[in-house]
Design a protein around this ligand. Structure first.
Ligand SMILES: [Mg+2]
Length: 275
């Protein structure tokens, strides 16, 4: 019998513990950093990434949670006697480059599911570690920002829209071909460098869509943000308009268009050129 946890307080404890462990490290970023190799997701690991992951695991264990951790840093690891009952998918720090450079945009992302599948995530938190903004969602119960219900934007015209687009790739020729019509017809294009938080910006209606069709964004980055956006009324699909689902695994990547409403979603899909 699976124990039913009340995730909201546990996730908030995770946030608090991440801050306790990460804040002292922010003061040491100008010093030479130890080479920690690459994490399970393929990125260079930093002390802050590991400290944040450790802080999350610590809180879950303190709360008696048995779980399989699916982390961008440590990969897949089992904790407790019923580890297969529950999956905790984390990007301990999303936006590590921003954090290390002192750019004020990074977050922690935690998603809870009973199966290692993107579509099965039933509780989620994305928390901006610098500004104290926390987005949470529970399946079927809506999404909130610091406890207040959020809904997506009603902007349907790209001529009025602010659209996030991740252009961070060496394969820019390929991506430029696919995205040039969209860029050409959108009023404002943005990319801040922490995709989990950028999905929450769409959830809150700060931006109208977020597009990542590079094929390199991992499920660990989007697991929590997808639930928050869906619960806020947003629409997510592949660039071909199919449902996005994938295994929760640090090596599994997805391509997607995430929008505030169906009208702008269709407008974006119609402009993305097939590969
Ligand atoms: Mg990370």
């Amino acid at each position: 019998m699976k124990h039913n946890f009340d995730w909201q307080p546990i996730l908030l404890q995770c946030k608090a513990n991440v801050l306790v462990h990460v804040q002292p490290l922010l003061k040491t970023l100008k010093e030479p950093q130890i080479d920690l190799g690459r994490g399970a997701g393929g990125d260079q690991m930093k002390m802050v990434d590991l400290a944040a992951e450790k802080a999350i695991v610590e809180v879950l264990l303190q709360n008696g949670v048995s779980f399989t951790l699916v982390s961008e840093e440590s990969g897949v690891k089992e904790y407790g006697s019923q580890a297969k009952d529950r999956y905790v998918t984390v990007d301990p720090i999303d936006g590590t480059t921003n954090l290390v450079r002192g750019l004020p945009f990074y977050c922690s992302s935690i998603a809870i599911s009973n199966e290692p599948q993107l579509s099965k995530v039933n509780a989620a938190m994305v928390t901006d570690l610098l500004h104290g903004t926390t987005y949470m969602a529970k399946h079927g119960k809506g999404a909130n920002r610091n406890g207040e219900k959020i809904v997506t934007s009603a902007v349907t015209s790209l001529a009025e829209a602010v659209v996030g687009l991740d252009l961070n790739t060496y394969k820019i020729n390929e991506l430029a071909l696919q995205a040039s019509a969209l860029i050409g017809q959108t009023k404002h294009i943005r990319h801040f460098g922490a995709n989990a938080l950028e999905l929450c910006f769409v959830a809150e209606g700060l931006t109208d869509a977020f597009v990542d069709i590079r094929g390199k964004l991992r499920t660990t980055d989007v697991a929590a943000g997808f639930l928050i956006l869906k619960e806020a009324g947003g629409v997510i699909s592949t660039p071909d308009g199919e449902a996005v689902d994938a295994e929760l695994d640090p090596r599994q990547t997805v391509k997607f268009v995430a929008s505030g409403n169906p009208e702008i979603h269709q407008a974006i899909l119609s402009l993305i050129q097939p590969k």
